[in-house]
Write a protein that binds this ligand. Structure first.
Ligand code: ZN
Length: 366
């Protein structure tokens, strides 16, 4: 795994560095007198990868510089002495950016989203030449509006080869009334969505060290449990910092809509970006945790630190689980995230930890 460092400044002007793991592999392709470096992002990327992709054609100069610096560092570490002309960034088989790379001044150029998408069938119908949404809806026994909703289509335009979901997945009913009480065992993943109106009641910032109080809100019960967990850590000389808690449906929706139009389809965007309603941070039950020892980064190496080990060991006693464990990526749909803890209540957390299972397995759902 290669990491990308993204610096941000919190309210008190303290520098925080988010280290995101994005690319799973790379390839060098010989060109006329140099090489094209191809970087691949896979489906099970970190939830933070979307920040990287939203930077690729960002107008914000600092972020663009950061992404260029990342690529320069990557080349220095992995391709020293090799003449790289071009860096292509792929999401699965979709080309999302092509960066002309020179020895002195590298510059970015955005490319139009690729129209030809070959992805694992995540959908039940592949658009053929001459198809219309109306015809597909008729075949699938659904409506044009429903198809558009399911596939996040903003117009009636479809293209041959495009894959469309035609059936609503279980738990994905966006027309349900807003949920007003919090179920601590709610399952949120790529097949179980929260409705748009789902906003936890009485969100509150736990009284713990944090990067930004407005970004670390939780439900009152989860916040109280987090305070107890942090108090215990403090007694044992373990320094923990809360980085990111509740995130709204609207924020996720804006990010996903932007990525969908940028990368040509919702299926392509979903390889790295959570659909609105499918981020566990919308529940108010999740928190990303870091420590000074890793420079407040969110990194897989946290698992090897004293703090990361302490967190995994002690979180269940306070009702939290490490939600995306190592080796269970095919069940959770996410890479190993030793920093992301989820409140499920004490008895469920203790059982999940002692049986060494995921929340999906505990609930008997996928
Ligand atoms: Zn998280």
């Amino acid at each position: 795994m290669y990491s990308f460092k993204h610096s941000v400044y919190s309210r008190n002007n303290r520098k925080l560095v988010y280290q995101m793991e994005i690319f799973s592999r790379h390839e060098l392709i010989r060109t006329n007198d140099g090489y094209t470096l191809v970087l691949y992002a896979d489906k099970q990327t970190s939830e933070f990868a979307e920040d990287f992709f939203s930077m690729l054609d960002s107008k914000r100069k600092e972020l663009q510089k950061d992404s260029l610096n990342y690529i320069k560092n990557y080349i220095n570490e992995n391709c020293r002495g090799i003449k790289i002309d071009t860096v292509n960034i792929m999401l699965g088989s979709l080309l999302v950016a092509s960066i002309a790379y020179g020895p002195v001044n590298a510059y970015t150029s955005s490319v139009p989203p690729a129209r030809k998408v070959h992805l694992k069938p995540n959908a039940t119908y592949t658009v053929k030449s001459g198809d219309t949404l109306y015809r597909i809806a008729g075949k699938a026994g659904t409506t044009v509006d429903q198809l558009k909703l399911l596939n996040n289509l903003i117009s009636d335009t479809i293209y041959p080869g495009q894959k469309l979901r035609t059936k609503e997945q279980k738990g994905n009913n966006t027309s349900r009334p807003p949920v007003t009480t919090t179920n601590n065992l709610v399952l949120v993943n790529k097949t179980h969505s929260l409705p748009a109106g789902y906003t936890p009641k009485n969100l509150t910032a736990p009284n713990v060290p944090s990067s930004n109080k407005s970004k670390t809100r939780m439900t009152p019960e989860a916040a109280e449990a987090l305070e107890a967990l942090f108090a215990k850590a403090g007694q044992e000389g373990i320094k923990l910092t809360a980085i990111s808690g509740y995130r709204s449906y609207e924020r996720q929706s804006a990010i996903f809509t932007s990525n969908t139009s940028k990368y040509g389809s919702a299926v392509a965007a979903n390889q790295f970006s959570a659909r609105p309603g499918q981020s566990e941070h919308q529940t108010g039950l999740a928190m990303d945790i870091s420590s000074p020892s890793v420079n407040y980064t969110l990194t897989q190496s946290y698992a090897q630190t004293r703090e990361g080990k302490w967190l995994k060991e002690n979180a269940p006693g306070y009702g939290f689980i490490v939600r995306y464990p190592k080796g269970r990526e095919n069940i959770t749909g996410y890479q190993f995230e030793p920093w992301h803890i989820r409140y499920v209540g004490k008895s469920a957390a203790l059982e999940i930890a002692s049986r060494n299972i995921t929340l999906e397995e505990f609930l008997g759902k996928t």
